[in-house]
Write a protein that binds this ligand. Structure first.
Ligand SMILES: *[C@@H]1O[C@H](CO)[C@@H](O)[C@H](O)[C@H]1NC(C)=O
Length: 335
């Protein structure tokens, strides 16, 4: 558990205005946005662009929408380093919390305060469910999708939690695909986890992000990688995260073991089907290994410490981040 800090940094959330651009044909994708694309995800802390970028060859970067609203220069930085980069701007479509740039202006405003429901969980009691059964709330969430396009993101994605979301997601996807990115493509949109929704959503969405689909932590079966094969079959990337405990090095400043996960965990985490229909169900996935919070905790840490598959004992990078500029008072972000 990370420490709470007592100060709140006064970091502005930049206003943006949409600039119309000529769209490429519907359904076209940015170059390199395909199954197996190398990716990085860091939605916990803000990328530190004063440091060299690693990995410099990841063509897809999944970053936090509101970190980018506070620091839109990060997208320009990535584009300069990696010309074909696709930036996915992650947000949580079902929740609002004080660190969100639209918290004060929207969810805490007198007109819309009633659209928030119960707290998501303790001790993050300030994070509230958005009542997406109310169309006004849906329209306000759609502003987050539009914000992604305005900031220069190529895609956007969110956590999905229940089947109630299908209609809601359909509405967000229709909006996303009607928007044109700064690079002239339709804004892409993807789902995070929620294997039960894949059949309904894979035809509609452009990618998926999923965690722990091999179910390496539990003894009984429960693996769900194969549920996401409809994306791969349609030429859409699936970005997969595993959390091997042995990647953590408690003594290292970054908590990241330079040699990565131990041999047994590396092998399990990185095993991949060579062809569609294999027993693991993960043919074509883009894999990263990340830190797990703790041996007993279900959640992982989506920060700079990352191991790529390839060779055991290698492939570890620590992407530079700076949590002082996150703008959320050091609170752990809900991922
Ligand atoms: C949805 O929320 C708005 C704003 O709080 C409210 O005015 C409206 O009555 C709500 N609609 C329904 C159907 O409850």
């Amino acid at each position: 558990m990370r420490q709470f800090r007592s100060f709140l940094l006064p970091l502005a959330c930049y206003g943006v205005t949409g600039a119309a651009a000529q769209a490429a044909g519907a359904g076209t994708k940015p170059p390199g946005f395909a199954p197996g694309a190398k990716w990085q995800i860091d939605i916990m802390n803000t990328l530190d662009i004063t440091k060299p970028l690693v990995p410099a060859d990841a063509v897809v970067w999944d970053l936090d929408l509101f970190h980018l609203q506070r620091h839109p220069e990060i997208i320009d930085f990535l584009r300069k380093q990696i010309p074909d980069v696709s930036v996915i701007c992650y947000f949580n479509a079902g929740l609002a919390q004080p660190s969100d740039c639209d918290w004060e202006t929207t969810w805490q405003s007198a007109a819309f305060r009633g659209l928030l429901g119960n707290s998501y969980d303790a001790p993050f009691g300030e994070e509230k469910w958005i009542n997406i059964k109310n169309q006004t709330a849906v329209d306000l969430v759609k502003r987050r999708v539009a914000l992604a396009a305005d900031l220069g993101c190529d895609g956007t994605g969110w956590s999905t939690t229940s089947a109630d979301y299908t209609r809601f997601v359909t509405e967000l996807a229709t909006l996303a695909h009607s928007l044109t990115t700064k690079r002239g493509f339709p804004l892409m949109i993807g789902q995070k986890n929620a294997a039960g929704l894949v059949d309904a959503l894979a035809p509609l969405l452009d990618f998926a992000v999923l965690e722990d689909c091999k179910d390496l932590r539990r003894e009984a079966g429960g693996a769900f990688c194969a549920d996401f094969q409809p994306y791969v079959a349609a030429g859409k990337p699936v970005f997969s995260i595993e959390y091997p405990t042995s990647l953590r090095d408690g003594a290292a400043a970054s908590q990241c073991k330079a040699t990565g996960a131990d041999a047994a965990q590396f092998e399990k985490s990185c095993a991949v089907d060579a062809a569609a229909g294999g027993s693991l169900g993960n043919f074509g996935f883009s894999e990263v290994l990340k830190l797990r919070d703790s041996a007993s905790d279900e959640s992982g840490e989506l920060n700079g410490c990352t191991q790529y598959c390839g060779k055991q004992g290698a492939g570890v990078v620590v992407t530079a981040t700076n949590e002082e500029i996150d703008g959320d008072a050091g609170r752990q972000r809900r991922v």
